[in-house]
Structure formats: structure tokens, C-alpha cells
Design a protein around this ligand. Structure first.
Ligand code: PMP
Length: 351
């Protein structure tokens, strides 16, 4: 029999519609020259498909460790950070323990917690979209969660929470996961704490730096903690093609990734400035490759109208604190121009 806790899950929502300009999933717009794609294709063609991949993904782990400036023994690779989130929910504490996270945030924390039989402890963010420390501590002292997740910067709000608030929560004896999926756009990290403490780990991913299709997530922890998580990891969780392609992308072709990340950071400032100067538009600060904005129009309608213009953004207005808000991912300069033009047009017509 399927358990009631699984029947009670709300599935992770993905955007099924496509558009000429897709700015809805926080992916990186990374154009690789045709000859680079051909070299990748040749490397994939050399894979012996009848063989299992390296269960430790040794070469990839070394490439990841080098890029993140850590020792490979402190790294666990996952099939996306999604898999690592689930491992952490299984590894920390016992069934029935509570898992804390401020909301709105990345939905997989709640889905994984519930999947493995843990209780969800959700506390709404404050008006400023930072952690509401008073309410959080009150709930934490009452429910005594064993584990906490912090998206840093937070998806979908785009801001990094106050580090002191996270530390205050950790001081209550909670194991803290700092999910730095958007690290490359914020530069802010808990890496030092993760490498030195037993109660802190950092999650990173290759998904936001142009490799979402490869499904490679990265957990960085003190060696003993990484070793425990590696014991429970499914043996061949990183596919052969993913290992081969990700190694190439992190070594020989990494300059394409760096260039795309720099473009996004530049474009983020340009786009946010442009929206700030638009009548009736409120822009929220962001340290990620996306940002939130609010208009006087109903968000689902604005999303629909933008889609008619060929631009797809994410409607997040159904989430607490985010009334009339949409989330837009930063694309290539010409995609961002198309978004700006469409937004101007729609707002002018409707306001
Ligand atoms: N954490 C956060 C905060 C995210 O926004 C996302 C992707 N939307 C993920 C984790 C999942 O990343 P991955 O593709 O590595 O599973």
C-alpha cells in the first residue's frame, strides 16, 4: 500500500509550455560553438555504453573539487542537488523529526522531507523577504527540528538571507544545509563552515552554470560527513555521458561557462535598472541569475500576455508574500531585450 505521506505529496511543478524566449527556469543561456559541441559528441561516442560508469565518478569529482577549491574527499556528487537534498533528509536525524525551512523557497526541501517521513516546519519570511528570526526561533524551540535548509540566495526571492540569522538557527542545535545553487552569481558562501563543522554542509550544482541537462549536484562537507553521505549514495548515480561531458565543460571548455556567468551578472544589473525605471514596477534585489518583480497587474494575466509576445517567465504570485510577482531568469542580451520590449508593450497597453 502506498503510504498516506506519499499520497499527500504535491508534485514538483515544472513549466511545460515552451516559448521563443524561455526565461522561466533559472537556466544559463550558454551558446557553445559548433566545433565544441562536435568535440563533446565525439567524446560521448567513445563511451562503452554496455559498461557501468565509474561509481565514484573520480575524474569528475576531481574536476569539481578543483573548481570549488576543496579536496575531493569533501565532495559527494548527486543526480542534481535534488538527489542530495533527499540524501540529507534521510541521513540527518530520524523518521518523525522536523525539517525547518523559511518559505517561500525551493519546494524540494518539503517534498523530500515528507517523502522520507519527516515533518515539515515552514516559517514564512518577513516582509523584507529575509528570515523572520523571532517567529523562526519560537517555532524551532517548540518543534525542535533536526535539519534546516536555506536556499542562499533564495529561490524564488533572489536575496541572500542575513548570515547571522542562519547562524542563530544553527546555534539551536539544527544541522544546516546551505543550498548555494546560485553561488556563481552571488559569490557568497558558507564553505569554510561546511569544511570545518559537523553540522553544516553546502550544496552546489552544475545546473545553473549551463549544465542543467547533465544532472550533477555537489555536496561539500567535512570529510567525515561527506564519507557518511557517500556510503548511502546510489552506486552509479552520475551517468557515463554526464561524467564525460561535465569533465570537459569544467576543464577544457570552462572559459565558455565563465563568460556566460559574467554576461548574466552584467545583464542582471542592466535588466533590473530598466525595470526600475518602468512605471508601476517594483523590483526586488537579487544575487542570483533571476529576479522578482511586481506590477499592478494580476501576475497570471501578465504572464499570459508576455507569452503571447513569445516570452515565458514564471508566475510566483500564488506564494505567500509574493502577491502580483513574477520571476524572470536572466537570458542572453537579445533575449533580455525581447523581454523588456514585451513587458513595455504589455504594460503600456494594460495600464
Ligand atoms: N536548489 C535550488 C535553490 C534550486 O533553485 C534548484 C533548481 N531550481 C535546485 C536546488 C536543484 O538543482 P539541481 O538541478 O542540481 O537538482
Amino acid at each position: 500500500m502506498i503510504s498516506a505521506r506519499i499520497k499527500g505529496l504535491s508534485p514538483y511543478k515544472t513549466e511545460k509550455r515552451s516559448a521563443k524566449v524561455k526565461l522561466s527556469s533559472n537556466e544559463l543561456s550558454l551558446d557553445l560553438p559548433a566545433e565544441v559541441k562536435e568535440e563533446i559528441a565525439r567524446a560521448v561516442a567513445r563511451i562503452p555504453f554496455n559498461r557501468y560508469p565509474d561509481p565514484q565518478a573520480t575524474e569528475l569529482k576531481e574536476a569539481v573539487a578543483l573548481r570549488f577549491g576543496v579536496d575531493p574527499s569533501c565532495v559527494v556528487l548527486g543526480n542534481g542537488s535534488d538527489e542530495l537534498i533527499q540524501y540529507l533528509c534521510m541521513a540527518v536525524g530520524e523518521s518523525g523529526d522536523a525539517v525547518f525551512y523559511p518559505v517561500p523557497t525551493f519546494p524540494m526541501y518539503g517534498i523530500s522531507a515528507q517523502t522520507v517521513g519527516k515533518e515539515r516546519l515552514e516559517v514564512p519570511l518577513g516582509e523584507d523577504l529575509d528570515i523572520d528570526l523571532d517567529s523562526s526561533l519560537k517555532e524551532i524551540r517548540r518543534r525542535k527540528p533536526i535539519l534546516a535548509f536555506f536556499s542562499y540566495p533564495n529561490n524564488p526571492t533572489g536575496n541572500c538571507f542575513d548570515k547571522n540569522k542562519i547562524t542563530a538557527i544553527r546555534n539551536e542545535g539544527v544541522f544546516c544545509v546551505i543550498d548555494e545553487a546560485y553561488y556563481h552569481f552571488s559569490g557568497k558562501t558558507f564553505l569554510e563552515e561546511a569544511l570545518s563543522r559537523e553540522d553544516t554542509v553546502v550544496l552546489r550544482t552544475l545546473s545553473k552554470i549551463g549544465m542543467a541537462g547533465l544532472r550533477v549536484g555537489v555536496l561539500i562537507a567535512r570529510q567525515d560527513v561527506a564519507d557518511y553521505i557517500n556510503r548511502m549514495r546510489l552506486p552509479f548515480n552520475i551517468t557515463y555521458p554526464s561524467q564525460v561531458i561535465a569533465v570537459l565543460m569544467l576543464t577544457k571548455f570552462y572559459h565558455f561557462v565563465e563568460e556566460a556567468v559574467n554576461t548574466v551578472k552584467r545583464e542582471r544589473d542592466r535588466l533590473m535598472d530598466a525595470l526600475r525605471s518602468m512605471k508601476g514596477v517594483e523590483v526586488f534585489p537579487s544575487e542570483a541569475n533571476f529576479f522578482l518583480f511586481r506590477t499592478p497587474l494580476p501576475a497570471p494575466l501578465l504572464q499570459e500576455k508576455l507569452l503571447e509576445e513569445g516570452v515565458l517567465v514564471r508566475d510566483v504570485s500564488y506564494l505567500p508574500r509574493l502577491e502580483r510577482c513574477l520571476r524572470v531568469s536572466i537570458g542572453k542580451p537579445e533575449e533580455n531585450d525581447a523581454f523588456l520590449e514585451a513587458l513595455h508593450k504589455v504594460i503600456e497597453k494594460m495600464l
